[in-house]
Design a protein around this ligand. Structure first.
Ligand code: AMP
Ligand code: GLY
Length: 432
C-alpha cells in the first residue's frame, strides 16, 4: 500500500515513521515533509505544500495512493477530505463541516452549550464597544480568543481588564490575526491543570489514544509566550481510569453523538484540550481536528498496534471492533526550537550531532529541518526537533531525552529544561 502524509512538522515525521513500520505499507510520501522524513526508510518527500489541495489530489490520483493522512488543521478546514472523497480516495481526517470544531471557536462554543458539554462561559463579539463592556462586567482574569485559525497564537489569557481590551483592539481594530480575528470569543478564565485527550473517531465510535500533556509556554516554569508546544509526555498522570471515563462520557461521546444528530459525521483524529479543575471536573478549552504537535511524538513511540489498521478501521466505520496496544512505559519529548521562537528566528544554522542521537529508547523527530547542498542538516523552522524517549516511568524517559540532547547543537538553539516536571512533582520548577 502507498500512503501519503500531508504536512511537514514533527507530528508528520512521527506519523510517517509509524505508518512506515506497517507491513502493509510499501511506500510513504510526505508533502512537503522535512529532513527527518527524507531520511526515514520507505519514506520520501514530495515538493507539494500541505495547503496545495489541487496538487495533492493530482499526486494521489496519479500515484494511486490508498490512504492519505492529514496532519495540520488548515487543509482540513479547507475541505481536503471532501475533495479526496469526491474522487473516491481514502483520506483520514474530518470533513470541512466537521473541522469547524477547530476552525471556528464560536461554532464550537455554541455547539458545546447547545449540547450541555462543560466549557467556560463566554460571549462572541464583532463590536469593540460591546466586547469592552463585557470585559468590564466580568473583570480579569479573562480570556480573549480570535474566532478563526491563528496558528495557536490567537488566545490571550489577560491578567487585567486593560490587557483584555488591548487584545480585543488588536483583533477587531488592527486585524492582528487577519480575518480570523474579525470575531472574538471572550470567555471565563478557568483554573486547574491542562491535559490533551486525543481520540480516533469513525463517525460514531471512539478509540481513545494514550493520554498526554504538553507544555505550551516557551520558557521554563510555564512562563513566556504561548507556542505550538515545547514538549509533551504520555501518559498524563492526571487522567486516571476514572477521569478517562468522565471525559469519554461527559465530553467526547456527547460531542460525536451531538455532531451526528446535527448532520455532521466526524471521522478523524479528535483532540480535546481540557482544563481539569482542582475538584476534578474536566472542561473543554478547545477542540482540534487533528493530532497534537508535539503530543503525537510521545504517543506514537508508545503505540504498539499497526496505525494503518486503526485508521482503516475508522474509515470503514469498524472502530468498535479494534483496540490499540500501548507500550506500558512512559514517553517524553523535548522540543528544540530556534532562539526567538515563537517570535522571529534565524534560518539556515547547521545542526550537528544528529548522527547517533537515536537508539532503541530515543527517537529524534524532525520538524523545521532541511538539508543543504553539502548534505548537512539545517534549521528551517521555529520548532526544529523533538527528542523523544521511552523509559520505565516519566522520570526515566525524561532523563534519556535530556541526555540525548547533550550531543545536539545548532546556533541559538533553545529548549525547556523542565518538560515533565508537572507529572513528576506537580509543579513546573526546573530540576534538570
Ligand atoms: P486554546 O487554543 O483555546 O487551547 O488556548 C491556548 C491556551 O490558552 C490553552 O492551552 C490554555 O493554556 C489557555 N486558555 C484557553 N482558554 C482558556 C480559559 N478559558 N481559561 C484559562 N486558560 C485558557
Ligand atoms: N500541542 C498543541 C497542539 O497541537 O495544538
Amino acid at each position: 500500500m502507498k500512503v501519503l502524509i500531508v504536512g511537514g512538522g514533527g507530528r508528520e515525521h512521527a506519523l510517517a515513521w509509524k505508518v512506515a513500520e506497517s507491513l502493509q505499507v510499501n511506500e510513504v510520501f510526505v508533502a512537503p515533509g522535512n529532513a527527518g522524513t527524507a531520511n526515514e526508510p520507505k519514506v520520501s518527500n514530495i515538493n507539494i505544500g500541505a495547503e496545495e489541495i489541487d496538487a495533492l489530489l493530482d499526486f494521489a490520483l496519479e500515484e494511486q495512493i490508498e490512504l492519505t493522512v492529514v496532519g495540520p488543521e488548515a487543509p482540513l478546514t479547507e475541505g481536503i477530505v471532501n475533495r479526496f472523497q469526491e474522487q473516491g480516495l481514502r483520506c483520514f481526517g474530518p470533513s470541512k463541516e466537521a473541522a469547524q470544531l477547530e476552525g471556528s471557536k464560536d461554532f464550537t462554543k455554541q455547539f458545546l452549550v447547545r449540547n450541555q458539554i462543560p466549557t467556560a462561559s463566554y460571549q462572541t463579539f464583532e463590536s469593540i464597544i460591546e466586547a469592552n463592556r463585557y470585559i468590564e462586567e466580568v473583570g480579569a482574569p479573562i480570556v480573549v480568543k480570535a474566532d478563526g485559525l491563528a496558528a495557536g497564537k490567537g488566545v490571550i489569557v489577560a491578567e487585567s481588564v486593560e490587557q483584555a481590551k488591548q487584545a480585543v483592539s488588536d483583533m477587531l481594530e488592527h486585524n492582528r490575526f487577519g480575518t480570523a480575528g474579525n470575531r472574538v470569543v471572550i470567555e471565563q478564565c478557568l483554573e486547574g491543570e491542562e491535559a490533551s485527550f486525543i481520540c480516533i473517531v469513525d463517525g460514531e465510535d471512539v478509540l481513545p489514544l494514550a493520554t498526554s500533556q504538553d507544555h505550551k509556554r516557551a520558557l521554563d516554569g510555564d512562563l513566556g509566550p504561548n507556542t505550538g508546544g515545547m514538549g509533551a509526555y504520555s501518559p498524563a498522570p492526571i487522567i486516571d481510569a476514572k477521569m478517562e471515563y468522565t471525559i469519554m462520557t461527559r465530553i467526547i461521546q456527547p460531542t460525536v453523538a451531538g455532531l451526528l444528530r446535527e448532520g455532521i459525521r466526524y471521522t478523524g483524529f479528535l483532540y480535546a484540550g481540557l482544563m481539569i479543575s482542582p475538584e476534578g471536573v474536566p472542561q473543554v478549552l478547545e477542540f482540534n481536528c487533528r493530532m497534537g504537535d508535539p503530543e503525537t511524538q510521545p504517543i506514537m513511540v508508545r503505540l504498539k498496534s499497526d496505525l494503518v489498521d486503526l485508521l482503516s478501521a475508522a474509515l470503514n466505520g469498524n472502530l468498535g471492533c479494534v483496540s490499540a496496544k500501548w507500550d506500558s512505559r512512559a514517553a517524553l519529548g523535548v522540543v528544540i526550537a530556534s532562539g526567538g521562537y515563537p517570535g522571529s528566528y534565524r534560518k539556515g544554522a547547521i545542526i550537528s550531532g544528529l548522527e547517533g542521537s537515536g537508539s532503541d529508547q530515543v527517537k529524534v523527530f524532525h520538524a523545521g529541518t532541511a538539508m543543504n547542498e553539502a548534505d548537512e542538516f539545517t534549521v528551517s523552522g521555529g520548532r526544529v526537533l523533538c527528542v523523544t524517549a521511552l523509559g520505565e516511568k516519566i522520570a526515566a524517559s525524561r532523563h534519556a531525552a535530556y541526555d540525548s540532547i547533550k550531543t545536539i547543537y545548532f546556533e541559538d538553539m533553545h529548549f525547556r529544561t523542565d518538560i515533565g516536571a508537572r507529572a513528576l512533582h506537580g509543579t513546573t520548577t526546573s530540576t534538570v
